[in-house]
Design a protein around this ligand. Structure first.
Ligand SMILES: Cc1cc2nc3c(=O)[nH]c(=O)nc-3n(C[C@H](O)[C@H](O)[C@H](O)COP(=O)(O)OP(=O)(O)OC[C@H]3O[C@@H](n4cnc5c(N)ncnc54)[C@H](O)[C@@H]3O)c2cc1C
Length: 98
C-alpha cells in the first residue's frame, strides 16, 4: 500500500518517530515533530546527526496504536476521554485449528 500511497503524492517517512505535537498560538494542533537522529550514547550529536523535522498539515491524524505516547498527551490535554470508560488492556490467547 505504501507504493500506491506514494503514487498519489503521499510522503512516507519510515523509521522516523513523531516525538512532539506542534501547536499554533491558539493551541490547535498543526502537526508533529520527529526527533533528532544520530545522537551518541553520551547525548552529544554524532557524525550522522540529523535534526528532527516539523511535519505540518491541515489535519493531523494520530495512529500510534493502543498506548501511543503522543495520543496520551493529546487525550490528557484536550480531555478526550471525559465521556469514555478508561481504556482496558488484556492478555489474549489465540488458538489455531488445522
Ligand atoms: C498479538 C496480537 C494479535 C492480534 N490479532 C488480531 C487479529 O487476529 N485480528 C484483528 O482484527 N486484530 C488483531 N489484533 C489487533 C490489531 O492488531 C490492532 O487492533 C490493530 O493493529 C490496531 O491498529 P492501529 O493502526 O490502531 O495501531 P498499530 O497497528 O499498533 O499501528 C500503530 C503504528 O504506529 C507506530 N507508532 C507508534 N507511535 C509512533 C510515533 N510516535 N511516531 C511514529 N510511529 C509511531 C507503531 O510503530 C505502529 O507501526 C491483534 C493484536 C495483537 C497485539
Amino acid at each position: 500500500l505504501a507504493t500506491k500511497a506514494e503514487e498519489l503524492g503521499v510522503e512516507i517517512y519510515p523509521g522516523f518517530a513523531a516525538t512532539e505535537v506542534l501547536y499554533n498560538d491558539e493551541g490547535a494542533v498543526i502537526g508533529v515533530a520527529t526527533g533528532d537522529m544520530g545522537i551518541e550514547r553520551s547525548g552529544e550529536p554524532g557524525p550522522n546527526f540529523a535534526r528532527g523535522m516539523a511535519l505540518l498539515g491541515k489535519y493531523t491524524l494520530i495512529g500510534e496504536g493502543v498506548r501511543g505516547s503522543l495520543a496520551k498527551q493529546l487525550i490528557a490535554k484536550f480531555d478526550l476521554s471525559r465521556d469514555s470508560d478508561v481504556q482496558k488492556f488484556g492478555i489474549g490467547l489465540k488458538e489455531l485449528w488445522q
